[in-house]
Design a binder for this molecule. Structure first.
Ligand SMILES: Cc1cc2nc3c(=O)[nH]c(=O)nc-3n(C[C@H](O)[C@H](O)[C@H](O)COP(=O)(O)O)c2cc1C
Length: 308
């Protein structure tokens, strides 16, 4: 792994429970870290900066001796809480921040000065250049089929293209439905993967039961991509999307593209990625991580066997 030691500590699997609007809260983060994977949440899931302050105090207190956690910051210019959230993260001594929807440049200075690593999410090689020029410590590659906001690049080609220009930490986001897929991403050259959709169907997520069970009943073909809800291409459960009036009018994406307020309005949507194909039940985070761990070990043994 090219992962810095601070991030690799207490990791049972090379995995991040992905940040998800309306889904990832302190319970999911604490459970993920205790199970040995990096927990994450978008700071805007805390409704106010005071709530964020409380969340961070709680998560820091509950995850001593566990895996690290990584708040996610939407760095788009329409996020009017950005500076206040950065201050709050710095005050709590956060070790890793993941930026999304834009260049990490505006937040790199204060976070790096505070000793915090910054990973930037990217969907194209142009984004990669921009993030590396700004000085990002790591990259989260948003690939085709990811839940919620998605990329279009094929993960096989994207990881290899990035490895030609960057030897630091790389995370694959999208399509990782089980331990075998996680191992495949490691073989490809990634250090870590995101799994989002799989963690929605856990008892510790903020999702409601109807959403969790809809994921269990859905398969790969039940995911639909549209830009309408947030202004950016994103993947949703078809059953949810077809129940929305916009799906019938075929309304275009909002003028001006992404707006943070539109992303916040996404709290009740049923986003899901192609990885929904691997969701077969609702259980605890610890059970999910144990299952992925067994699948990972089995896949690794099978790979070694097949090479003899
Ligand atoms: C319900 C939902 C909400 C999401 N919200 C965010 C978010 O607030 N910030 C972010 O960077 N990514 C967000 N994502 C994307 C995930 O972090 C991650 O890239 C994605 O879940 C990976 O694909 P997978 O779901 O197939 O594992 C969201 C995804 C889902 C499914």
């Amino acid at each position: 792994m090219t992962l810095p030691a601070t991030l690799a500590r207490n990791l049972a699997l090379p995995l991040i429970a992905a940040p998800m609007t309306g889904v990832s809260g302190p319970d999911l983060v604490v459970a993920a870290c205790r199970a040995g994977v990096i927990g994450s949440f978008p700071t805007h899931n805390a409704r106010t900066v005071e709530d964020l302050d409380r969340w961070l105090r709680h998560v820091n207190a509950e995850t001593g001796g566990a895996a690290p956690f990584a708040p996610n910051l939407v760095v788009h210019r329409t996020n009017d809480r950005l500076a206040a959230d950065v201050d709050c993260l710095v005050r709590h001594g956060v070790e890793l921040v993941i930026t999304s929807v834009g260049s990490p440049a505006p937040v790199l200075g204060p976070l790096r000065d505070a000793g915090c690593l910054v990973f930037a999410d990217v969907a194209t090689m142009r984004h990669v250049d921009r993030a590396l020029d700004a000085g990002a410590d790591g990259l989260v590659l948003l690939t085709a089929g990811a839940g919620g906001q998605t990329g279009a690049a094929n993960p096989l080609a994207f990881v290899r293209a990035v490895r030609e220009v960057f030897d630091g930490p790389v995370v694959v986001a999208g399509g990782v439905s089980d331990g075998a897929a996680l191992l495949a991403a490691r073989v490809l050259g990634a250090d870590l993967c995101y799994m989002g959709t799989a963690f929605i169907a856990t008892e510790e997520s903020l999702a409601d039961d109807a959403y969790r069970h809809a994921l269990v009943g859905a398969g790969l073909d039940d995911v639909v991509q549209t830009s309408v809800p947030s202004g950016l291409p994103a993947n949703f459960l078809r059953s949810w999307w077809e129940s929305q009036p916009e799906s019938r009018t075929g309304q275009a994406a909002p003028a001006g593209g992404f707006a943070h307020s539109a992303a916040l309005a996404q709290r009740g949507v049923w986003a899901a990625g192609h990885s929904v194909a691997g969701v077969h039940g609702v259980g605890s985070v610890a059970e999910l991580v144990e299952t992925i761990s067994k699948q990972y070990d089995l896949a690794r043994s099978a790979l070694l066997e097949s090479r003899r």
